[in-house]
Design a protein around this ligand. Structure first.
Ligand code: FEO
Length: 173
């Protein structure tokens, strides 16, 4: 790290680059969950629609957490561009399967930043990211628990069975 950039921030430049990308990934997750909420609403899955609305807000919260961390530590955070949001889904199971895939991708991305922060002796970022490590554990567990309910539904997935699952979707508020 050059002396000049060390004067502006204690954060490592390579780690900062990944944190900027993570801002984008969290914004993409927020927009994706909003699309899922709308899909669920249009197909009569009201609890799932509320679940994804809550999670869209949570993802925006994650994005802002990183955004503020960068700005508070002498780095100018960029407002992310959000593109390529999937609007259509094959069914309710598909929505939750895509959610798990998405959360696993986020976990991998967070772990990669932690690994780099450790390698570059960026202890501030490593410490900051511990919250995200915990959060991802929780989020993956939550979606896996929801997907487990689909194991009791046969191939045809009657609307009655799907509505029963929808009624059991956990909401925070
Ligand atoms: Fe913030 Fe669930 O990724």
């Amino acid at each position: 790290m050059s002396k000049l950039s060390r004067k502006a921030t204690v954060l490592n430049a390579k780690v900062v680059e990944l944190l900027q990308k993570q801002v984008e990934m969290e914004a993409h997750a927020s927009a994706t969950y909003l699309a899922m909420s709308s899909w669920c609403d249009a197909h009569g899955f009201t609890k799932s629609a509320a679940f994804f609305l809550e999670h869209s807000s949570e993802e925006r919260g994650h994005m802002l957490k990183i955004f503020h961390f960068l700005n508070e530590n002498g780095v100018r955070a960029f407002s992310p561009e959000v593109k390529n949001i999937q609007q259509e889904y094959k069914g309710l199971r598909d929505v939750y399967e895509k959610t798990l895939e998405h959360e696993i991708a986020v976990t991998d991305a967070i772990n990669a930043i932690v690994k780099l922060a450790r390698k570059e002796d960026d202890f501030a970022s490593e410490n900051f990211l511990q919250w995200f490590v915990e959060e991802q554990l929780e989020e993956e567990r939550l979606v896996r628990d929801i997907l487990a309910m689909f194991e009791f539904v046969n191939e045809k997935e009657s609307i009655f069975a799907l509505k029963l699952i929808d009624e059991r979707i956990p909401l925070e508020n």
